[in-house]
Design a protein around this ligand. Structure first.
Ligand code: NAG
Ligand code: NAG
Ligand code: NAG
Ligand code: NAG
Ligand code: NAG
Ligand code: NAG
Length: 934
């Protein structure tokens, strides 16, 4: 379906500057090449990707983007800016290319000047009228309809049907009445095996639409966004709840649809137990012979269940080999007049199988069963280990619909139901949470243990490391997104075809720039470099990073860190006695981004370009940004500290929702709309300080938060999260970018203005004037010294160095110097600290982690002795020593539930900060390593 041609479906506008396309690899070049993450995919249903551009080269209203393949083929391209440099030049673009039969090895996007003025440069606006694009979006008063050229899909604007109909190119309706499904119950049976509890109320819900919009539209791609709440359709009454946002991605020429399904849990943990969450479609089958109706369900490793609703194979009488083969292969059967009549006269005695049910209730196994119809018994079909997560229902002549869920088994309990396949309207339901599973129980895991006072709670923290507080262990406001795919077929496809789609939905194609190019543009920080193999010492460090990544990746599998909410996260600390991670010990269980592993894994990807690292980091970003952060309620914008449940700890803080953790994926993905929306939500995190005091348990000055009143917050863990959000909004030129720029600039000047800069520790923020002054302990700004080992551990170095570069000449006076001083003095001697600040910083830790601050300062100043100090801090401070075992131990036998590998010498805090220190020290002061080590 690829149409080669010189048509330029460019969108951004034009430019005056660079017209010469320099070769790729030169930062002043006008083109950038993206390649496939991993092997070239067999199937690409249209794709969106991100490309960075060097500062000051391309201007939004004057640049035209085109894309070509290796041999110069021109390919349709939709382009929009996702980020800008401070000078207004384009920093990041998102691009979409349509589905095509011809998948090239790589694509080169060229930015060139164009004379056409005023082209749209932001998503959401239609591109110039392009009559030759097959993608047509009609935004009517009741319905939005999108025709990709290969599929037409309609979205009603009201009611409970979120997808009206899905039609193939030839006009066959293969799916209709697409609905969201939710089942919940008001309680759970507490004793396993006991009879049902008659006080439990059961409610069934459908998705009720509040709003439907075309969020992005152009010649190649359209995104339709449906928002609403789940509303009762039957069973016990219940208020509307479980807000949803469902995004549909449609590409020119494509007969598939990507669906990003997001929910916010806005119920009560003790009363609202989700028992099923899914998406349901009707599949019209009227007129299709039962023996021409096909069910295909993905099994293990590309395997498929290949069945017909009415089977004519394996019978006592043979209809003929051609007939049997045709049915197995999903083709229309020959005219029954040609079959053996001993079969045709008896077709009525062959049962039809209307219902199929697959349930993946654990990451290790799924069950599969079928029945003829409700009221009849189920017949078991052998199940298997890990289902591919895709199913098809349709007919040989009328076509059909396949639906699939990415990471199906990793997101257990998941399921697929096919129902009423023998009737005129078959149905497929994809379960993001299977109704065959136990209810989703989000209640606290303990009753508080009598921790009635802050004193008790702080004492309990001393033993289980859990920071508990009544009422704070709530899931109210957490969210989860699931990636679903729909495929329309004119007739039953081959199972090989379906197997290829199953592979595709589980490893969706990704186009990325090379690490070299990313590095050159400095679009994601100047704090990382390509892997360094220039010396034995550097090689050893690289091998350690590899060991760490490989170990965590393998631990996910060995420890079964999977599940609807859990997938993507890993644990915080190991329990060597039990050979298990401390999944049940207070503050040591789920990591929830503690000490920034998100930054380490993404930076590790940036420099290596490894596919497995990208997939790992993407799953982490999808998890931490959704499940570990509140998206509704008073704490919207805050994240929850590490714990046994993702929401159980009472420390709700900005450091955990840190937007910097999502930034890499956001730009690389071409501006993923869901992540973009999460970044926008975080712009109001500063308001939470008027509602919740993060210091409440240790505060002695009697201060109480109130909305719009000034608040003292940390210049590290608090400000770094807020500042990252402001910087990203400014870069994106989002709707609030001027406010964000002002807040960032004001607070950065405020820090610079403090006598002791970052060393002051905290400042008084005014949420009304957006300014920051001296802390209440030092209203005269005489100079407080308060340095915490944690201040720089949640993204501060990345955020500040990016902000300094971004401000450029407009940097608030003294800000860069304030950061330099913090970096220099954190690990300076007590005498030096006293000489500069009149006091020492006291006892600190995380010196290995902070070595990258010294390295930054050394790179800024060119101070060679400081560069060597950075490596000395790295090797001899604390953290992971060269003398650590750096090996993995296998444990099996009765000591463990199942054989595992362990590395009791490491913990996630250590690996995250070790990894960041290695990456950044090698970037800032590589030469000093050989001097130091040599
Ligand atoms: C990059 O390209 C520009 C102009 O095309 C050239 O002047 C410059 O020397 C090149 N830089 C490198 C590092 O190749
Ligand atoms: C696009 O088409 C619409 C409808 O035909 C027309 O009103 C509009 O002026 C066109 N815009 C451009 C930029 O040509
Ligand atoms: C810096 O401090 C001076 C006096 O200490 C004050 O007048 C000024 O407003 C401050 N600037 C900022 C940006 O806080
Ligand atoms: C902050 O500085 C003021 C003035 O120098 C001093 O009185 C106060 O004790 C300091 N407080 C802290 C917490 O360092
Ligand atoms: C360079 O850093 C060292 C510490 O490693 C320090 O003693 C020295 O004063 C610094 N030199 C300059 C010029 O700042
Ligand atoms: C791991 O390293 C330690 C320390 O070097 C050593 O004692 C141990 O035997 C090693 N274990 C394995 C499994 O290699």
């Amino acid at each position: 379906m690829l149409r080669l041609g010189v048509r330029l479906l460019a969108v951004i506008g034009l430019i005056g500057h660079s017209t010469s396309a320099a070769p790729h690899g030169n930062s002043s070049s006008s083109s950038a090449t993206v390649h496939w993450l991993g092997d070239k995919p067999a199937y690409v249903p249209g794709i969106t990707f991100g490309v960075p551009w060097p500062q000051g080269k391309h201007w939004p209203d004057k640049t035209k983007f085109t894309v070509a393949g290796n041999s110069g083929e021109n390919i349709d391209l939709q382009s929009w800016a996702t980020g800008y440099w401070a000078d207004g030049s384009v920093k990041w673009t998102g691009h979409a290319i349509p589905e095509s039969d011809q998948i090239l090895d790589q694509y080169t996007v060229t930015a060139s000047s164009s004379n056409k003025p005023g082209r749209p440069d932001r998503p959401g606006r239609p591109a110039d009228n392009d009559t030759s694009s097959p993608l047509v979006v009609k935004d009517g008063s009741d319905t939005i309809t999108v025709d990709t050229g290969s599929l037409t899909i309609s979205f009603p604007k009201k009611g409970d049907v979120i997808v009206g109909a899905i039609k193939t190119k030839s006009g066959k309706t293969v799916g209709e009445n697409g609905r969201l499904v939710l089942h919940s119950q008001s309680g759970v049976v507490e004793t396993p095996g006991s009879q049902g509890d008659s006080s439990i109320q059961y409610s069934n819900f459908g998705g009720s639409i509040d709003d439907v919009k075309v969020e992005n539209q152009g010649p190649v791609r359209a995104v339709v966004t449906v928002r609403g709440k789940h509303q009762v359709t039957s069973g016990a009454d219940h208020d509307p709840w479980l807000q949803f946002v469902v995004r549909f991605y449609l590409y020119a020429n494509s007969d598939s649809v990507k669906v990003m399904h997001s929910i916010v849990f806005d119920g009560k943990a003790s009363e609202d137990f989700i028992t099923g969450l899914g998406i349901h479609f009707d599949v019209p089958l009227e007129g299709e012979q039962q023996y021409n109706r096909h069910v295909r369900i993905a099994g293990v490793d590309g395997g498929f269940l290949n069945e017909a609703v009415q089977g004519i194979t394996g019978l006592r009488r043979d209809p003929g080999a051609g007939v049997r083969t045709a049915q197995f292969e999903g083709r229309e059967l020959p005219d029954p007049g040609t079959w053996d009549t001993r079969v045709t006269t008896r077709l009525k005695w062959i049962p039809t199988w209307g219902d199929y049910s697959l349930n993946q209730l654990s990451p290790d196994g799924f069950t599969l069963k079928k029945r003829t119809e409700p009221g009849q018994g189920w017949v078991k079909i052998p199940g298997g280990t890990r289902a591919g997560g895709l199913a098809y229902l349709g007919g040989a002549t009328q076509g059909g619909l396949a639906v699939g869920l990415r990471d199906f088994w990793k997101r257990y309990p998941s399921g697929i139901d096919i129902s009423n396949a023998a009737s005129d309207k078959g149905e497929i339901t994809l379960w993001l949470y299977s109704p065959a599973a136990e209810p989703l129980d989000l209640r606290p895991f303990h009753d508080g243990l009598g921790q009635d006072t802050y004193k008790d709670q702080l004492d309990a923290l001393e033993i289980t490391y859990e920071d508990w507080e009544e009422g704070f262990n709530t899931p109210y406001g957490i969210s989860r997104s699931s990636e679903v795919y729909l495929f329309a077929f004119e007739k039953t496809p081959t199972s090989d075809n379906l197997a290829a789609l199953t592979e595709s939905i589980n490893n969706p194609p990704v186009l990325v720039p090379s690490p070299e190019y990313l590095k050159e543009t400095q679009s994601l920080g100047a704090y990382w470099e390509l892997p360094d193999t220039s010396s034995d010492a550097a090689k050893t460090l690289e091998s350690h990073l590899e060991l760490i990544f490989d170990f965590y990746q393998a631990q996910v599998e060995q420890r079964r860190w999977y599940g609807f909410l859990d997938h993507g996260d890993f644990m915080h600390t190991y329990d060597p006695d039990r050979h298990t991670w401390r999944y049940d010990v207070g503050g040591y269980a789920w990591d929830n981004s503690e000490l920034s592993p998100d930054l380490f894994f993404w930076q590790y990807f940036l420099r290596t370009g490894r596919e497995d690292v990208y997939r790992f980091a993407e799953a982490l970003t999808r998890h931490t940004g959704e499940v570990d952060v509140y998206h509704a309620g008073d704490w919207k914008g805050l994240g929850t500290r590490h714990g046994v449940q993702h929401w159980s700890d009472s420390a709700k803080q900005a450091r955990i929702s840190q937007p910097q953790y999502r930034k890499y994926f956001f730009y690389l993905s071409g501006g993923d709309e869901r992540v973009g929306e999460l970044l926008e939500e975080l712009l109001d995190t500063d308001k939470t300080y008027g509602l919740l005091d993060p210091q409440r348990k240790v505060r002695t000055d009697g201060w109480k938060p109130s909305p719009d009143s000034t608040v003292a917050f940390g210049l590290g863990t608090d400000w770094s999260g807020l500042a990252a959000g402001w910087l990203i909004e400014w870069e994106r030129r989002g709707p609030r970018w001027e406010e964000a720029r002002t807040k960032l600039t004001n607070t950065a000047s405020g820090i610079a203005n403090l006598t002791n800069g970052f060393v002051t520790g905290s400042g008084l923020y005014d949420p009304v004037t957006w300014t920051l002054g001296p802390p209440p302990t030092d209203p005269g700004n005489l100079g407080n010294v308060s340095v915490s080992h944690l201040s720089a551990m949640f993204g501060l170095p990345e955020v500040v160095s990016e902000a300094i570069a971004y401000f450029g000449d407009d940097i608030p006076e003294g800000f860069a110097e304030a950061w330099y001083d913090y970096c220099y003095y954190y690990r300076a001697s007590g005498e030096e600290q006293t000489a500069r600040y009149g006091a020492t910083f006291g006892k600190l830790s995380l010196y290995q982690a902070h070595s990258r601050l010294a390295a930054y300062a050394a790179a800024q100043s060119g101070n060679k002795s400081l560069a060597q100090r950075a490596w000395a801090d790295f090797y001899t401070g604390d953290g992971l020593k060269p003398s650590a075992p750096w090996n993995i131990t296998h444990v099996d036998g009765s000591a463990v539930l199942a054989p595992v590998d362990e590395a009791p010498w490491l913990a996630t805090n250590d690996i995250a900060q070790y990894g960041l220190a290695v990456i950044q020290n090698l970037a800032y002061v590589p030469d000093a390593l050989s001097e130091y080590a040599g």
